[in-house]
Write a protein that binds this ligand. Structure first.
Ligand SMILES: Cc1cc2nc3c(=O)[nH]c(=O)nc-3n(C[C@H](O)[C@H](O)[C@H](O)COP(=O)(O)OP(=O)(O)OC[C@H]3O[C@@H](n4cnc5c(N)ncnc54)[C@H](O)[C@@H]3O)c2cc1C
Ligand code: SF4
Length: 419
């Protein structure tokens, strides 16, 4: 156990996605000591997995890398990856927080040379690409990973694999005996920026996610469209090189549905318009069908919607998808009731994309001591206790809204630390 007491008024930020990065920087740049932790082996959260992000349609590196540089340059911020909160005691202004740090099996000698990956004979399903391809069991989580340090999936290593990765590392960075560690921090307040996880599409029985490779989720499309993704940027039916002649987007897949997520995830309509763009760039003639309850593109996003709705090869059908049939030839048939005509409509396509929503990460695991969640699992901030929600941990939102709420969270945390 290591004691790492923060100076009086230190702030702990749990979650290092765009929200946690923003809160950490805002608080540190006015002089507060900040501890920033993430359960992943890297910072950047879900934004790192996007191909491009609206409204500017730039790659995630354009927003994340500048934040990584600011974090690296700021001596007020201490970072921990593969770290989660094990326990919290004390009270506002004086919390003792014990972190559990999982073993990475690669120590700080790692230079990122990649020799261990080259030597490793064993593979795992690539977690960053939702298992759509394999990566080595000794790997860099993704090309933009910060910190740029490799990680080893020790359970997936064969005896030969273990020897090979150890021998390959010239810097003595591979440590397969590494154990989990505990670190205790003393902080005045805690910002919860734990973000979201894609709603589990397998839970939506009628949409048959597990029954066909031709039924994918919107986040899988983000990875496929990314040049560093499992198909080197080509959107195809996973597991084949089948090019797309027709595609259906199924909006509100599990969202606004009391059996799944009862709320609107705010970004899924925009994400679909963005992904229509990806399809158009690769398949200028493909037929696109969008099934929706309402199309929600607030404020400045209206222009984006108008542009894509003018696409002559795109059809928008107002109606909730009731079923998807998997056909013998690998195509899928989307069945819905048209809410305007009242008719049952069906369309066979090469691929169906389920626009699944953002479930708060804490919805499944529950709240740590002292923290209150609403019925959907979003954090309810408590300023008196100095426990503050930020970003998608608090409300499903786009990056712009998330960063605003994270700046606000930092200001609240600073107030608590200076009481
Ligand atoms: C298909 C799709 C496409 C999208 N495209 C866009 C777009 O183009 N433009 C846009 O503005 N928005 C887009 N979004 C929304 C965007 O992804 C979110 O606004 C953004 O990810 C919110 O950032 P966050 O930091 O709140 O959460 P996250 O990105 O989820 O980050 C949370 C971080 O917390 C960590 N964490 C979670 N639990 C713990 C824990 N217990 N302990 C420690 N760490 C933890 C996670 O590992 C993660 O790194 C899209 C969303 C979807 C579903
Ligand atoms: S662990 Fe060693 S071999 Fe692997 S990338 Fe790091 S320095 Fe290179």
């Amino acid at each position: 156990m290591t004691d790492e007491q923060g100076t009086s008024g230190a702030i702990l930020v749990v979650g290092g996605g765009i929200s946690g990065l923003t809160s950490a920087l805002e608080a540190a740049e006015v002089g507060n000591d900040v501890f920033l932790i993430d359960k992943n082996p890297y910072f950047g959260g879900r934004v790192a997995q996007l191909n491009e992000y609206f409204p500017k349609m730039c790659p995630p590196s354009c927003g994340l890398e500048i934040n990584f540089r600011r974090i690296r340059d700021n001596r007020k911020i201490r970072t921990y990856t593969m770290a989660t909160v094990e326990s919290i005691s004390g009270g506002p202004g004086n919390y003792d927080v014990t972190l559990e740090i999982a073993p990475r099996y690669v120590n700080s000698n790692c230079t990122g040379c990649g020799d261990c990956t080259a030597a490793c004979p064993d593979e795992i399903d690539n977690p960053f690409n939702f298992g759509m391809n394999k990566c080595k069991a000794a790997y860099l989580p993704h090309e933009m990973a910060f910190p740029r340090r490799y990680v080893i999936a020790k359970d997936a290593l064969s005896a030969d694999g273990a020897a090979a990765v150890k021998d390959a590392c010239k810097y003595d960075a591979v440590d397969l005996d590494m154990q989990s560690e505990k670190v205790t921090l003393n902080v005045a307040s805690i910002i919860w920026a734990t973000g979201w996880t894609p709603y589990d599409a397998a839970k939506i029985d009628n949409l048959k996610f597990n029954e066909s490779n031709a039924i994918v989720t919107n986040m899988m499309v983000e990875r496929m469209a990314a040049p560093s993704g499992p198909t080197a940027g080509k959107i195809v039916v996973p597991g084949s090189d089948k090019e797309i002649e027709s595609i259906a987007f199924v909006q509100c897949a599990g969202s606004r549905d009391e059996n799944h997520l009862e709320f609107c995830s705010y970004v899924c309509c925009m994400a679909t318009f963005k992904q229509m763009n990806y399809i158009r760039e690769q398949y200028p003639e493909a037929k696109i069908y969008v099934y929706y309850i309402d199309l929600r593109t607030p404020g400045k996003y209206e222009k984006f919607r108008e542009k894509l709705m003018a696409d002559e090869n795109a059809t928008f059908i107002k109606g909730k998808v009731a079923d998807i049939n998997v056909e013998a030839d690998g195509t899928v048939t989307v069945i819905a009731e048209n809410a305007i005509t009242g008719n049952k409509v069906q369309q066979t396509v090469d691929m169906a994309v389920l626009a699944t929503g953002m479930q708060p990460e804490m919805a499944e695991g529950g709240a740590p001591a002292g923290l209150t969640l609403d019925s959907n699992g979003f954090v309810l901030s408590d300023l008196q206790k100095g426990l503050i929600g930020a970003g998608c941990a608090k409300k499903a939102a786009d990056v712009a809204t998330t960063t605003q709420s994270s700046t606000a969270a930092a200001l609240k945390a600073i107030q608590v630390s200076r009481r």
